[in-house]
Design a protein around this ligand. Structure first.
Ligand code: ASP
Length: 582
């Protein structure tokens, strides 16, 4: 039906007769002339309808979002009517015929990027929302990244293997979605939280290099920017150590950045230990687009007159470059940010030209002040802010202050991409509400070799062979080298309070497989939606998913979840227990 895309026409097409199809974006009726902006996936072009041609009469009747087909000639626009804002702005199409292929009801909102539309309305009419240029750009970027992923991994010898959606429970620690079995009354399938166990079994099966753009399902409580179903680039490899996986991922990321964005990112990516990330940035997902690292001045502070400093478990400090003149209101705001993040307070010291100012000024001797300045690299004109208290709390609070300050100082520039590895996570953490250790990553993650001997004696000091990839402060991938020996797996299960029967009942098939020659293996999974989100410059993953659910897990367009009729319930042997009305 068409010879060209609307968005592809350029001066080189002048003189050509073309057929275009698309949606009426805007219409301007000047009486004698009717201008239509015609839009398709590739862009918008101006169509002119003059009274000489039958297109004119039809043009007077069309409305926004009508679907039309235009035939006519591409001409150069007169110089004074060139529109430099759109790529087709130097040309227009003189319409000869204009056919309405389908009219449209008046849309509930204008299909335009700058239209302010409530998200519930956008999700309710997602097909209109997706017509917007920005959303089409996001879908295209997502496609390009998926394609580049497949191309790259194929070249590296990976096979894409599909794993089933109807399975037994997997171990990612969220709640499972259940699917009742019709053929087996009272039994249920579980939707995979990830293909974790199956990809490990593929390694036992000799696949060696596996990947999958895999859908994962986690029935989690409402949390900002989570989706009950999401996509991973899931990867597993045999006969590798940690650095092999990191190297592969760095090459994959470089390829994706080049193919999809034309951006070169240097590798290897910076590596931080988990402890270092918490200490220096107050988070295990540090945004390294800017510096502003937190300094530990606990030892120095022991010489302070201020008791609060002398006796604190930790004193941490952040230097705000050129911040000495920060107005009082902003200083109060920094305190609020720190307190909100759990700090008991925040003290500042402004290194003004005529000497230090602020509540701390009179508590620091000159010698101490010099020592703090040299530890933090601070000089005249800077501001120092301090939090005293428990170490992790102090750093976490300064981490929030750090983000706030970076935003305010314009240090976070769009279009910059800072990747970093966070390594050496602890294997276990104590879950007080459950009264047991839980795996920080998942129960199949291997401990660091030299820490293995402390598994029973000092479990919390055992580091894991786990790694997270962080991009601009967002965790975009995580993985680990796995346990491949049954005895070690059983020790870890024991620590996690998973007894032999329970291990057998939940993961028996994996433990059995491990007895038939499991190769050493490891892998990683990217949160694909989050990766696309950051690369697209969006703030929510909903904007890079065609049909997302709301934060309360509802599909507003289809109306899911919904009730089903009694007959369907009977077939799957389910009786619904209505929740008690509070
Ligand atoms: N299955 C893990 C996850 O979903 C990733 C991995 O360990 O490869 O987080």
């Amino acid at each position: 039906m068409r010879t060209h895309w609307c968005g592809e026409l350029r001066p080189a097409h002048a003189g050509q007769r073309v057929a275009l199809c698309g949606w009426v974006h805007r219409r301007r009726d000047l009486g004698g002339l009717v201008f239509l902006d015609l839009r398709d996936r590739e862009g918008v072009v101006q169509v002119v309808c003059t009274p000489q041609h039958p297109a004119h009469a039809t043009a007077q009747q069309v409305r926004p979002e009508y679907v039309v087909r235009v035939q006519g000639q591409v001409v150069l626009r007169p110089a004074h009517t060139v529109n430099p804002k759109i790529p087709t702005g130097e040309v227009e199409v003189r319409a000869e015929t204009l056919e309405v292929l389908n009219p449209s009801r008046t849309p509930p909102f204008e299909v335009a990027d700058d239209a302010e539309v409530d998200e519930t309305v956008r999700l309710r009419y997602r097909y209109l929302d997706l017509r917007r240029e920005r959303m089409q750009r996001n879908l295209r970027l997502r496609h390009r990244l998926a394609k580049a992923t497949r191309d790259f991994l194929d070249r590296e010898g990976f096979w894409e293997v599909e794993t089933p959606h109807l399975i037994r429970a997997t171990p990612e620690g969220a709640r499972d979605f259940l699917v009742p079995s019709r053929l087996h009354p009272g039994k249920f399938y579980v939707l995979p939280q990830s293909p974790q166990l199956l990809k490990q079994i593929l390694m036992v099966a000799g696949v060696e290099r596996y990947f999958q753009l895999a859908r994962c399902f986690r029935d989690e409580d409402l949390r900002a920017d989570r989706q009950p179903e999401f996509t991973q680039i899931d990867v597993e490899m045999s006969f590798v150590d940690r650095d092999d996986v990191l190297g592969l991922v760095e090459r994959l990321v470089q390829h994706l950045m080049r193919e999809a964005l034309g951006v070169e990112v240097p590798a290897p990516f910076p590596r931080l230990s988990y402890r270092e990330a918490l200490l220096r940035y107050g988070t295990d997902k540090p945004d390294l687009r800017y510096g502003l690292a937190i300094e530990d001045v606990t030892e120095l502070a022991k010489a302070a007159e201020l008791r609060l400093f002398r006796e604190a478990e930790a004193v941490r400090c952040l230097r705000v470059p050129e911040g000495a003149a920060t107005p009082r209101r902003e200083l109060e705001h920094l305190v609020a940010v720190a307190v909100e993040a759990g700090a008991p307070g925040l003290l500042h010291l402004a290194l003004q030209p005529d000497g230090p100012k602020g509540p701390l000024a009179r508590h620091l001797t000159d010698g101490l002040l010099d020592a703090v300045c040299s530890a933090t690299g601070a000089g005249r004109g800077d501001l120092l802010v301090f939090v005293a208290g428990a170490g992790d709390v102090a750093s976490a609070a300064l981490g929030k202050v750090r983000q706030h300050v970076a935003g305010r100082l314009g240090m976070v520039r769009d279009g910059t991409f800072a990747y970093a590895w966070v390594l050496d996570f602890p294997l276990l953490e104590w879950a007080p509400e459950e009264g047991r250790y839980v795996a920080v990553h998942h129960p199949f993650t291997a401990p660091v070799d030299e820490d293995e001997e402390h598994l029973e004696s000092d479990p919390l000091r055992v580091r894991a062979k786990a790694y997270d990839l962080v991009l601009n402060g967002v965790e975009v991938a995580g993985g680990s080298i796995r346990i491949h020996r049954r005895d070690l797996q059983e020790r870890v299960f024991r620590l996690l309070g998973i007894g032999p029967e329970q291990a057998q009942e939940r993961f028996g098939f994996l433990l059995e497989a491990f007895q038939y020659g499991a190769p050493p293996h490891g892998g990683i999974a990217f949160g694909f939606d989050r990766l696309v989100m950051v690369l697209a410059g969006e703030d929510t993953i909903r904007d890079v998913i065609a049909f997302p659910k709301t934060a309360s897990a509802v599909d507003l367009m289809m109306g899911a979840p919904s009730e089903v009729d009694e007959a369907q319930l009977r077939e799957v042997h389910i009786a619904v227990r209505k929740p008690a009305v509070p």
